[in-house]
Design a protein around this ligand. Sequence first.
Ligand code: NAD
Length: 505
Amino acid sequence: MKLDKVLKSLGLDGKALKKGDLIVRSPITGGEVARLVCDDAKGAAKKIGKAQAAFLAWRQVPAPKRGELVRLLGEELRAHKAALGELVSIEAGKITTEGLGEVQEMIDICDFAVGLSRQLYGLTIASERPGHRMAETWHPLGVVGVITAFNFPVAVWSWNTALALVAGNSVVWKPSEKTPLTALASAKIFGKAAARFAKETGTAIPDGLLEVLIGAREVGEVMVDDPRVALVSATGSTRMGREVAPRVAKRFGRSLLELGGNNAMIVCPSADLKLAERAILFSAVGTAGQRCTSLRRLIVHEEIYGKLLPRLKKLYGQVPVGNPLEGKALIGPLIDAAAFEAMQNALKQAKAEGGKVTGGERVSVAGCSGGYYVKPAIVELAKQSPVMTHETFAPILYVVKYKTLAEAIQLQNDVPQGLSSCIFTRDVREAELFTSATGSDCGIANVNIGPSGAEIGGAFGGEKETGGGRESGSDAWKAYMRRATNTINYSDQLPLAQGVKFDIG
Ligand code: NAD
């Protein structure tokens, strides 16, 4: 499909998206696909004001009815899956099935949130006082600011937005400046769902329920500093989180941080190597190593190292690199020249630290001379050296050997990040130890599954420099609501807690 046709089927006019300072490029060819006008600070503040007004109205709509809007959003996403998936590929460089998979993830979280809209449960708590009842009530929170990264340009927005909407909040979204078109398309799809909701339920959607801020970090900073934004959910690099978190904290706002990862796999002697190889390949080279959960460190038992490595190198030699929208490519481009440079610098550092590098070179792809395509790299190291402690957002897999499982778990945990991890073993003791309190210190710890490709049902996020936030499934919705503890006295006495006496006379 041609870009203009894709945009048109998503409700956008390609011809109108040609003026402005923000140049949008497709990583597939490096060519310009659009120019957009950015929001300035004044415009951003105005949009936040609209979202605040929308919140005051939306919080009064009963939660199951709010769920109906999200159900319709899911329907509209189903109807636009092919086009939005293709736009994700054009803008972020994902292969077709991954672009479609990203939209499927949006549909999945909508389904989850619809059910959730009838399950925003609080607890009842036994009171120590006679004739009293205690309860917890969950209320809408306010404006939720969502900052997203280029590599999941729309799924992360939907994780936040589906939950925020059923929770009774409005949303202001600051997408990555590298992927604003998919954001505008998602906003159009949301608009279609909102129009249907108004028509089918007779309840108007308040203007400003979803606002999109176009631009780079400066426009994000407006949201970060605005006290009307109750929660800032920020996804991106640890560098970004380090700037955002203290600024939000300074005004006593809430933040939910989903930052960089440095994910490892431990391969034990009893592992099913065929399974492990497939998992390594998908998680280390899929999305060209540009997932927060991409596999970056492989910790292999010394007994099987000699068997696994040659097989892995053979697979690496066969994996097709190319235009993600054509042929059989499994690895598309890196996002831009800076990403390529960061990869080359990391490989240089790895060599200087004694690493043996296989792959990593630039690949030329017909018709895509401005795109940065690379062979995925394997780096064999004698020990976990400094280069391995950084997240380089590219397909580099560092490999080290281990002797004992205790040593492997220590290596796995000995990095500043704590997002995702996994172990391949058939030994139940090893698997249980890895997932126990003394095992992996990550937010995600898997057994016989790679570190990437999470389902929406579980809470998603990580520890340490990954930021500590949890999004998506399980009880992540609680971050988007405020909790009130209610004590209700239905007696004619006023006993004080802890036996305190406070009577006159
Ligand atoms: P980035 O940090 O460069 O940008 C992310 C977003 O933050 C962009 O929208 C950017 O404009 C905005 N931003 C940057 N500085 C800001 C500031 N000071 N104030 C407000 N907004 C600011 O990240 P990227 O290159 O787009 O994405 C890659 C990174 O994101 C990787 O580190 C990856 O691990 C991480 N990531 C994490 C998760 C997760 O769930 N943990 C998911 C996806 C990506």
